[in-house]
Design a protein around this ligand. Structure first.
Ligand code: A2P
Length: 270
């Protein structure tokens, strides 16, 4: 099956409306998660937190899935954090990419997990599970996020400890980054928890919100619609349950054309 082509081969056959980009690095974290970086077209603009359609030519046809862009809007490359689904139509192939391979990207980014969809506040919570951390990897590297909020709390919950590694490396690199390191060191808090292995912080983020254990650990008051803002990214079930807790605390859902106290997005790929 002709799946992974080189950019020069694919350029001629590229579907209309798609960029053909070249993979620059790939890092595998576990048998379920990997990160890849690729070239960024000079004309491609996006807002930190948005997603784009990423694809491969499979049996002569393009196959795309939505991927949050994990790199910030100022980066010269594009970064993505992906799940590997053993028989997933796209990810079963995508997980085999190597530097030099071609990846398709549709030209128009979109999404609601952007700073513009939130009204100003004191503190922003970015609630993520699994690969749902990707849009926040973009936002925590964007100076606008720190301009808008005094405190940025990134929560990441995974089944296993090894799945936290991408986020741990990300936060460390962000705090040492020449551009935003100082701001991040002052304002960014990373909270991790694990559900299916022993770990100092155990449990689903929803349970930790409901019990108050999250706020106790962070040393902050419970959610308050006057000062707290939220962004949520994970599986459909996690989105639904976390959204219900934010609404219970009095926060209202916003959108690009109607900013409010929290926003929700889906970063699920198969
Ligand atoms: P659990 O291990 O209890 O299912 P996944 O990889 O399946 O997307 O899961 C990532 C993390 O999200 C896991 O720690 C999982 O916990 C958690 N999770 C799954 N469903 C929900 C939910 N409805 N609310 C909050 N967290 C959830």
């Amino acid at each position: 099956m002709n799946v992974l082509a080189k950019p020069a081969d694919l350029e001629a056959a590229a579907p209309a409306g798609a960029f053909v980009e070249e993979v620059t690095s790939v890092q595998h974290y576990t048998d379920r998660l990997f990160k890849f970086r690729m070239t960024r077209p000079a004309s491609f603009r996006f807002r930190s937190g948005e997603f784009v359609m990423i694809g491969l030519m499979i049996d002569g046809k393009p196959l795309y899935r939505a991927y949050s862009i994990a790199s910030p809007s100022w980066d010269e490359e594009l970064e993505f954090f992906s799940i590997k689904v053993p028989d997933g139509p796209l990810t079963s192939h995508l997980q085999g990419i190597k530097p030099g391979d071609a990846v398709l990207m549709k030209k128009k980014p979109t999404g609601t997990l952007v700073n513009d969809a939130l009204i100003p506040g004191k503190r922003v919570y970015m609630f993520s599970t699994g690969t749902g951390i990707a849009p926040f990897a973009s936002l925590i590297r964007d100076p606008d996020t720190y301009e808008k909020f005094d405190q940025v709390i990134l929560t990441h919950t995974c089944r296993e400890v090894a799945e936290l590694k991408y986020g741990e490396e990300l936060v460390e690199q962000t705090k040492n980054d020449p551009l935003i390191g100082e701001l991040a060191a002052e304002k960014l808090v990373h909270f991790t928890s694990v559900t299916r292995e022993d770990f100092p912080r155990k449990g689903r983020i929803t349970d930790l919100i409901e019990s108050g254990a999250l706020f106790e650990h962070l040393g902050v008051p419970p959610l308050d619609p006057a000062i707290d803002r939220g962004m949520i990214c994970g599986s459909m079930d996690m989105l639904r349950d976390t959204k219900a807790l934010l609404e219970k605390a009095g926060l209202k859902e916003g959108a690009n054309n109607k900013p409010a106290e929290f926003v929700v997005e889906r970063a699920f790929v198969g």
